[in-house]
Design a protein around this ligand. Structure first.
Ligand SMILES: C[S@@+](CC[C@H](N)C(=O)[O-])C[C@H]1O[C@@H](n2cnc3c(N)ncnc32)[C@H](O)[C@@H]1O
Length: 211
């Protein structure tokens, strides 16, 4: 379902509706790496899908709000939370982030692979994400920077933003933020045959100045 008429909420609800486990089900390695040194506080996971990152943060002492546009994804995330002894401890909110955004300020706002084959206003959403970071808090944006190494017939119309471009898109006010990480890394993945391969990913980690 990716015809021109399909909206992002429709696409993602259909994607998750059959309850098939998507991706690893665990936390993203780059989220784990880039939050390891942070003091747990409140966290907002944008585009949380089936909850892998939110559960990992919750298990590490963070008070987490997971947000996704798909009610089916959130339902499965909630089930996973109960299975992981985190039932009732993570808040799940359904938002189309193009339209509405969770209330409040958070010590960590993460947007891991908040990317969509159906267009979403990603730059606007990421700018709004920065507003939701509390003083002294961290914004972590992780995104694909290209296709996996084994893909040789990639759709040439798909353009991946660079890490530097993402930082520019955030339009962070000078002096109010510390840029901690802006990089592209080759993340180890397995190819469809289970052989080791890589995929390039962007990491942008910025910290809001304390007041
Ligand atoms: C590529 S998946 C990544 C899921 C998860 N963060 C992960 O790393 O496994 C993108 C996620 O963003 C969500 N999403 C896409 N557009 C959205 C929107 N407009 N508002 C809220 N969530 C959205 C999708 O439902 C999906 O779960």
């Amino acid at each position: 379902m990716t015809d021109a008429e399909t909206t992002a909420p429709e696409y993602w609800e259909a994607f998750y509706a059959d309850r098939t486990p998507r991706w690893s089900g665990g936390a993203n390695a780059l989220l784990v790496e880039h939050t390891a040194g942070l003091q747990p506080g409140t966290a907002l996971d944008l585009g949380c899908g089936q909850g892998g990152d939110a559960l990992w943060l919750g298990g590490g002492g963070w008070t987490v709000t997971g947000v996704d546009v798909s009610a089916s994804a959130l339902g499965l995330a909630e089930e996973h939370a109960w299975a992981a002894d985190l039932g009732g401890k993570i808040t799940w909110e359904r938002h189309d982030l193009a339209e509405t955004f969770p209330e409040g300020a958070f010590d960590l706002v993460s947007a891991c692979y908040l990317q969509s084959p159906v267009a979403i206003p990603r730059e606007e959403i990421l700018r709004r994400s920065a507003v939701a970071v509390a003083p002294g808090g961290t914004l972590l944006v992780v995104s694909h920077a290209g296709w996996p190494a084994w893909v040789t017939d990639a759709d040439p119309t798909v353009v991946f933003r660079s890490a530097e471009g993402i930082l520019e898109d955030l339009l962070l006010p000078a002096g109010a933020w510390v840029t901690e990480v802006v990089e592209t890394v080759d993340r180890p993945v397995l190819d469809p045959d289970g052989a080791p391969a890589t995929r390039p990913d962007n990491v942008v980690r910025v910290r809001r100045a304390s007041v």
